[in-house]
Design a binder for this molecule. Structure first.
Ligand code: SAM
Ligand code: SF4
Ligand code: SF4
Length: 394
């Protein structure tokens, strides 16, 4: 039987990564306000993984040699309950969280997801604005779920689609029975339901770079914004090599040769993608350049895995198990009570304040220093036993 990749959660780890994470005593008052990490970065975005399973097997994310029928996914009872999820999301808002992204694995496989979204869509940020709720999905189940999700209060959806040609799509997703046209129908259904739509395309050299132009052309003059993502060295099962990375600069060049582009930039320092606009007014595209242009300096994202691990970096090799916190809080006060939320908010703030992560920047600096762009390098101080993206949430 394929062994499950060890779950890299450190139970009862402290914010300082030395002692134990204990919930603060009952009665503690956490005063709401922006909380910064040790590199002075605020916490703005929370990514919540609702399941570690998926109905595709993208070769760059969940290769079938590892994620096969013998692989031990989280048992149902290990997944955070909706009460625990709502508790953790609500507890993060007083720290400054403004955006929530529901992800996975494939989040549309989580039973009752619309109920969870309905609960979370009622929440307000510190600035009394609605908490912005987005979802990242492979789109396979989107056609039928788009409307119920929008009615439940979802604001936006990001659909992953790496190719238009069935042959390339099916090879990349390792899904011979799925026609990419069904994903396009899911995108149309989402737009018809009033959701703002982005499309993510991971580009891998020698695999789907020939799809860059057809994808760009397909989404020109459409409301969905296409974003190109550099293939990342996340996890440890996808055999990443930097020779498979097509840089954002190359992608821009390939498109601009046919459809001139002008740089728009980022709307704020925390935006992941850099936007470019077609000179002829056909809309915009985005570039996510984690490899060639790391953006750790503006990184304001925390992640919670489907079983309650708190991760302050996508490339983390360990997280902090929040379940003991949630259980301890629940013993003293109802999870959604003001007192219960205060206690978890204080603990989450302590974790964020201890954060120093900047993996991509370190990797980039190291590769420059060694004149080794074009080879795999691990950033100093981090092991290669990194947590998988399907587990931590993309
Ligand atoms: N299953 C959903 C989906 O595919 O949209 C949500 C989870 S998936 C892990 C989130 C995003 O991560 C997807 O857009 C996917 O393409 C991206 N992703 C996964 N592995 C990646 C890698 N090695 N490099 C770059 N992006 C990756
Ligand atoms: Fe599944 Fe998304 Fe990973 Fe593809 S990228 S295997 S759809 S979790
Ligand atoms: Fe943020 Fe870590 Fe990615 Fe840097 S490497 S942008 S700190 S998630």
């Amino acid at each position: 039987m394929t062994k499950r990749i060890p779950i890299p959660i450190v139970a009862e780890q402290s914010s300082s990564r030395e002692g134990r994470l204990r919930p603060p005593p009952s009665g503690i008052v956490f005063s709401a306000g922006q909380v910064n990490d040790r590199l002075n970065r605020p916490l703005r975005d929370l990514r919540l993984s609702v399941i570690d399973q998926c109905n595709l097997r993208c070769r760059y994310c969940m290769p079938r040699e590892v994620f096969n029928r013998d692989y031990e996914f989280l048992p149902r009872e290990a997944l955070l309950s909706f009460d625990a999820m709502e508790h953790l999301v609500r507890a993060s808002i007083p720290l400054g969280v403004r955006k929530l992204r529901i992800t996975g694995g494939e989040p549309l496989l989580r039973k009752g997801l619309t109920e969870l979204i309905a609960r979370l869509s009622r929440l307000q940020t510190l600035e009394n604005a609605p908490l912005e709720i987005a979802l990242t999905t492979n789109g396979v189940l989107l056609k039928s779920l788009a409307r119920p999700l929008a009615e439940a209060g979802l604001h936006r959806v990001t659909v992953s689609l790496d190719a238009l040609s069935p042959q390339t799509f099916q090879a990349m997703a390792d899904a011979p029975d799925i026609d990419p046209r069904s994903i396009l129908e899911g995108i149309e259904a989402a737009e018809a339901a009033g959701l703002a739509v982005k499309v993510n395309m991971v580009v891998q050299r020698g695999v789907n770079e020939h799809e860059i132009l057809p994808m760009a052309r397909h989404f020109r003059h459409r409301s969905a914004t296409l974003r190109f993502i550099e293939f990342m060295d996340v996890g440890s099962t996808n055999h990443w090599s930097s020779s498979q990375v097509v840089s954002s600069a190359t992608i821009i060049g390939m498109i601009a040769n046919h459809h001139p582009l002008r740089r728009v930039g980022r709307s704020d320092a925390h935006e992941v993608s850099e936007r470019w606009a077609y000179a002829d007014g056909a809309g915009q595209i985005g570039l996510i350049s984690s490899i060639s242009e790391p953006f750790c300096r503006g990184c304001s994202r925390a992640r919670i895995s489907a079983e309650g691990g708190f991760y302050t970096c996508l490339f983390a090799d360990q997280g902090t198990d929040l379940r003991p916190l949630v259980d301890a809080v629940a013993l003293g006060a109802p999870l959604l009570s003001a007192e219960g939320l205060q206690r978890s908010a204080a603990s989450l703030a302590a974790l964020w304040q201890g954060r120093t992560d900047r993996y991509s920047e370190l990797r980039w600096q190291q590769s420059i220093a060694e004149h080794r762009i074009g080879e795999k390098t691990n950033a100093p101080g981090l092991s290669s036993g990194r947590v998988e993206m399907s587990y931590i949430g993309g």
